[in-house]
Design a protein around this ligand. Sequence first.
Ligand code: SF4
Length: 365
Amino acid sequence: MSEELTAHEEAADEPVVSLENVSVEFDTGQSLVDRLRGERNVVRAVHDVTLDIGENEVVALVGESGCGKTTLGKTAIGLQEPTSGTVRYRGQDIEAAKAGRGDIPYGRIRPKLQIIHQDPGSSLEPQRTVQAILADPLKRWYDGMSATERKQYLVQFLQAVGVTPAENYLTRYPHQLSGGEQQRVALARALLMQPELILADEAISALDVSLRVDMMDLLLELQERFATSYLFISHDISNARYLAEKADGRIGIMYLGELVEIGPVEEIIENPQHPYTQVLMWASSSITDYDRPIEEPPLRDIDVPDPTDPPSGCSFHTRCPEAREACTERTPELQQMAGTETACFWAQGDPEYEGSAPLGDENED
Ligand code: SF4
């Protein structure tokens, strides 16, 4: 094994990745009027997120499509530069490492933070065989390996992810694999680097329902075997629950770019404190509870606000059934509640919230 790929022992007591007050904004273009006024049009993809991911930890991020969870994940592994705030690997500022500053060079960090995408078909080069796809990162990061050692090494990893007999797959192209096999090859490619964190970005969403549990079980088995952490991103709280519960991990809930609640799985599932987490739990139980009558979700408004123009105060106030006037003026911060950290005045028993008037139903005339 190459020296460059061994863990940075001096920093072993630091979290694998830590995000501190991280925000990410994207310019959405300026009209002539905006330019004349000197105004920027920005979408706030991630807003002021602080999160540590420890060794061998599973953190599942859940939220609706467009809530910023993928952007946050990519920022956590150094693929997206934050607009403000800091992302550290083992205590080393990743952006500083990219600029050549700090104790751990970026060349050591990059292989340790890997990603598997929702659609493995598009992330595996179509004109290359499985062997060529897997050999590429080995040539780059393990330059002392001979061709024979490389082949033996990647065969081991194909077997580890259940692509067997591995030799039969080496000369196949991605289009000759099933969706499940493609995802396993993508997983093998990530594991070759002996990563400390894998971002699994909706990695099971494109699979048939029957294959999802198999893939999550495989992720869990590999986590134990290779001692890696996962940042598992899903729009489906049931999947997040399955994976994080078995790994004794945490679930984080995102809404409009903010982390609004995070905690151990059983607390998030059994005792959610934030009204948005309660809505997600309501929606998930309505899918599995077939006897339950069809109801409207417990929201004041079903429409998600425009992320280029997020609501003032608490960004959930336009939809929240517990919203009061105070929620339109101040932004709640995460505070340790019963068993979770929750950003909600109602859950926190905030005195100003308690003394202000409830907001009406957005759908009322
Ligand atoms: S702060 Fe107010 S609007 Fe936001 S989630 Fe809590 S009760 Fe709802």
